[in-house]
Design a protein around this ligand. Structure first.
Ligand code: FAD
Length: 284
């Protein structure tokens, strides 16, 4: 289908972009267009104006900022995947991003676009949730920081307010004793996750000190598998691991669709969590 008509502007600065958005409550940000353009074509979204943030320098690049990695919202998946700074400071993100879609989408789609779109089937929201990232948003009123736990509100709904631009995300560095893994169950190599599991595990003296687990496509938002995290805490690496990971689907409401029913998704969440935690912890 053909989108409804809209105006298009490409501001030269972030301040200008914020002004454009403040002046029209039906204006929308466009980044790589990989999710937004299909919505426009299907007329599921019909903004009056698209504010193109693709070339704003404030939203570009990956930066090592000591205790965290800052990833500009306009960084493409391909750039995230290839970044040495991400590989060193946020390896879980590099791992998961390499599993997003195909090379064509990874060259156009952006890290910020994936998060702002807030699709619970997207791989990166669950990763940012598990890594306890902090999202930085700017509007004409100023800047604010939103912890990932407060960012994803509902299906395709984030806590970004009208007029706000996502500038980038702070990913705290986890180093001593931490291991990471992302497991994705999908029909084909380039398809969306039926279920995905992001695991960050801190291990010391043969036992798990802390586990953070983010689940993809197990509800209307990405979710933390809190019950499994608690069950894993203090656990010696061994037989108890599988049993603790049985808690992974507790308190989730996975969707039913063409590919999987909720019970099957719960089963996948348990199996994939076990695999992801075992690999992240370096367990045999
Ligand atoms: P856009 O499409 O430009 O925008 C998406 C939404 O975010 C819009 O509402 C827009 O207003 C908003 N937005 C974008 N940037 C900002 C910003 N800086 N500030 C405020 N709001 C903003 N994803 C996966 O995780 N895994 C997959 O396997 C996968 N497979 C895919 C396969 C295909 C064929 C396609 C087309 C997409 C797939 N995706 C997958 C989704 C893809 O990762 C996203 O479409 C893409 O990353 C979104 O980024 P974008 O820059 O294109 O955002």
């Amino acid at each position: 289908m053909i989108p409804a008509s809209f105006d298009y502007v490409r501001p030269g600065s972030l301040a200008e972009a914020c002004q454009e958005l403040a002046a029209d409550e039906d204006a929308k940000v466009i980044a790589g267009g990989q999710s937004l353009l299909p919505l426009l074509r299907l007329r599921l979204a019909y903004p009056t104006k698209l504010v193109d943030v693709a070339r704003l320098p404030e939203l570009a690049g990956v930066h090592d900022r000591g205790d965290h990695v800052f990833i500009g919202a306009m960084t493409t998946h391909d750039e995230v995947m290839r970044s040495g700074v991400v590989a060193a400071g946020a390896p879980l993100l590099a791992l998961a991003t390499a599993m997003v879609a195909d090379p064509a989408v990874r060259h156009r789609g952006t890290f910020g676009g994936s998060l702002a779109h807030a699709d619970p089937a997207g791989d990166l929201p669950a990763v940012v949730l598990a890594l306890e990232g902090v999202l930085v948003a700017r509007s004409a009123q100023g800047e604010r920081e939103i912890p990932a736990a407060d960012f994803f509100v509902d299906y395709l709904e984030s806590s970004l307010r009208q007029g706000e631009v996502l500038v980038g995300v702070k990913i705290p560095k986890l180093s001593d004793g931490w291991g990471f893994h992302y497991e994705k169950f999908h029909r084909t190599a380039q398809a969306w996750a039926i279920v995905g599991v992001a695991a960050a595990v801190r291990r010391s003296n043969g036992s798990i000190q802390e586990a953070r687990i983010g689940l993809t496509n197990m509800g209307t938002t990405p979710v933390r598998a809190r019950a499994a995290e608690t069950a894993l805490e203090g656990l010696e690496l061994g037989d108890g691991l599988r049993q603790a990971c049985e808690e992974a689907a507790a308190d989730t409401s996975p969707p039913a669709d063409l590919h999987a029913q909720p019970d099957y998704r719960r089963h996948l969440a348990r199996v994939l969590t076990h695999r992801a935690v075992r690999t992240a912890a370096g367990a045999p």
